[in-house]
Design a binder for this molecule. Structure first.
Ligand SMILES: [Zn+2]
Length: 215
């Protein structure tokens, strides 16, 4: 019901043969039937579809990966570190480009759609973050857990977190190799912040166990 009528700008042979004017698309196809919104004249025209290039995409998530493909506008330049929404049969995934493969197994930092063989990506919309939890009282052992959080979740050194039945205070953040814009690959000053999708591992003081030792 609410499907919007597609509109295109093409020349109208009746009222505007030289300048494009807005037409409604009545019947899409190779020869598209359109109606001029200025004079209501209906005619057939050929509409140029934007050209796209199909690129193979490898998506990795939590140590597993799968292959799919995506259409990239011809001439568009892609670069490592860029993020885009990938339409897969299962879901829309926000992914980050980790590597671009062009001919001869080369891996340039950026490339034009036509030159790209494979776009290597990882999912950043929702990520697993490894956390090393150091016990507070020396009785317990160091634990390693994985937390699942939105990619844009912010972790800050010195801040206390309450996630998935775990309570801890962030002491240090080790960033992933593809994280950009931080200046360092380790953050350990109060108020240093990183997004979950950029984090390789969090180091934290375990407060879960000390909650018990209050007794
Ligand atoms: Zn017209």
């Amino acid at each position: 019901m609410s499907e919007a009528t597609e509109r295109v700008a093409v020349a109208c042979p009746s009222c505007s043969p030289a300048e494009p004017v807005v037409h409604e698309v009545l019947k899409p196809g190779g020869q598209t039937t359109v109606r001029c919104t200025e004079c209501s004249h209906t005619h057939k025209t050929k509409i140029e579809e934007p050209e796209t290039v199909e690129c193979d995409v490898i998506v990795s998530q939590d140590g597993e990966s799968f292959a799919t493909a995506t259409d990239v506008p011809a001439g568009e330049s892609l670069a490592e570190g860029e993020e885009f929404v990938l339409d897969t049969p299962e879901a829309l995934l926000t992914v980050r480009i980790t590597s671009l493969e062009v001919g001869d197994d080369q891996r340039p930092e950026s490339a034009t759609a036509e030159d790209i063989d494979t776009i290597w990506t990882r999912v950043v919309g929702n990520v697993g973050v490894d956390v090393t939890l150091n016990p507070q009282d020396g009785r317990d052992e160091t634990r390693s857990i994985e937390l699942r959080v939105p990619g844009d979740y912010e972790f800050t050194v010195g801040e206390r977190e309450d996630l998935a039945d775990e309570t801890f205070t962030v002491k240090g953040i080790h960033l992933r190799a593809d994280a950009t814009g931080y200046g360092f690959d380790r953050l350990d000053h109060e108020e240093d912040m990183a997004f979950a999708k950029d984090i390789d591992r969090l180091y934290a003081d375990d407060e879960s166990s000390s909650a018990w030792s209050v007794w």
